[in-house]
Ligand binder design. Structure first.
Ligand code: SER
Length: 341
């Protein structure tokens, strides 16, 4: 018999690490973690198996199908927005072809198990693209179907991957003599920028938020690459994990769409600076906007309208801006760097 596991791709990324910690704390002991890099040791212990491998390696994925029964997949592996602009074609391979491989794996799994595979996919604020700052200010919080004209490769990839998920869930092989629908129970969340107290992002364009905070805590100078008045939504990592798990648990019949916005607070870079400065008065932070990365954040909305998620699956963040900084970020970051000094 094949062993039943929960598959997490991109397991060593920020979200993967937080998700593994939360799942294993809640008693899940059959995690199969997959990442292109070796998983940090403390996390490995929380997994049944930690595989170092590439989601583009079809032979590896076939092996997983033959050895494991996989009713739940958290497909987190991706190349983020800044990194993707340096290697757009490579980003497309990972973000699109990699997702296609995982969807195919889910179809195969579902055929073996005779029931749908739950496929949880983090999408992003990067799927939105606003033409200029005037429009950004005017439209405010965007709804899921508005302004789906991304300017980055990563945004295009995430938007298309959402469509692939919907296609595999509803229309896969629609001309077959015996069409088998309901292979995949696809559920996607469009996250805002994420901030963790325990890990640092790499390769994203919302990284100025977490970078400012972590640099201040380490006593390192930091030049913020966007203007002080730059505003976009952010979320504390525990809420991001909560959103993934809440959506995963939601009864299918309550869901009216495949893709949901979630958000919690939306500070300007200047407001993040003020919060950081009040916790770390010695912080040496300057603003040195990089026109190109600034342009990407300027194309992202001021805020996301998450009323559909609130209505369909009771989404509600635990951390507003004040609580995120005062109760989660600052104390944990202080502790973390005090331990490592
Ligand atoms: N945080 C991501 C990025 O900056 C957005 O999804 O690329």
């Amino acid at each position: 018999m094949r062993k039943e596991v929960v598959l997490i791709t991109g397991a060593g990324g920020e979200m993967g690490q937080a998700l593994i910690t939360q799942l294993s704390d809640s008693g899940v002991n059959n995690i199969l973690a997959l990442d292109i890099k070796p998983l940090p040791k403390p996390l490995r212990r929380r997994c049944q198996l930690a595989l170092q491998g590439d989601i583009l390696d079809k032979a590896l994925l076939d092996r997983l199908v033959s050895e494991y029964s996989i009713p739940r997949i958290f497909h987190l592996a991706a190349l983020l927005s800044t990194r993707a602009e340096f290697t757009p074609e490579a980003a497309h391979h990972v973000n699109v072809d990699g997702t296609l491989n995982l969807l195919k794996l889910a179809v195969d799994q579902s055929s073996w198990m005779g029931r749908p595979v739950r496929f949880i996919f983090p999408s992003s604020i990067a799927v939105y693209g606003l033409p200029d700052l005037e429009t950004k200010a005017k439209v405010g919080a965007v709804k899921e179907w508005e302004w789906n004209v991304p300017t980055t490769m990563y945004g295009c990839n995430k938007l298309y991957a959402e469509h692939l998920g919907r296609y595999y869930a509803r229309h896969y092989r629609q001309l077959a003599a015996r069409q088998q629908v309901d292979h995949i129970d696809f559920r996607a969340i469009r996250f805002p920028g994420l901030i963790s107290a325990f890990t640092m992002p790499s390769g994203g364009t919302s990284d100025y938020g977490p970078e400012m905070l972590h640099a201040a805590a380490k006593g390192e100078p930091y030049a913020c690459f966007v203007r002080e008045d730059t505003r976009m939504p952010f979320m504390a990592m525990p809420d991001a994990v909560k959103a993934l798990l809440d959506l995963e648990r939601a009864p299918r019949e309550n869901l009216t769409t495949y893709v949901y916005n979630v958000t919690s607070f939306n500070p300007s870079a200047g407001e993040i600076y003020a919060l950081v400065k009040s916790a770390f008065p010695e912080a040496q932070i300057t603003f040195k906007p990089d026109d190109k990365r600034q342009g990407i954040v300027d194309s992202w909305p001021l805020d996301q309208d998450d009323s559909r998620a609130r209505r369909d699956w009771g989404w509600q963040p635990d951390y507003d801006q004040q609580r995120a900084f005062e109760e989660y970020l600052i104390p944990n970051i202080k502790r973390r760097y005090a331990e490592t000094v």
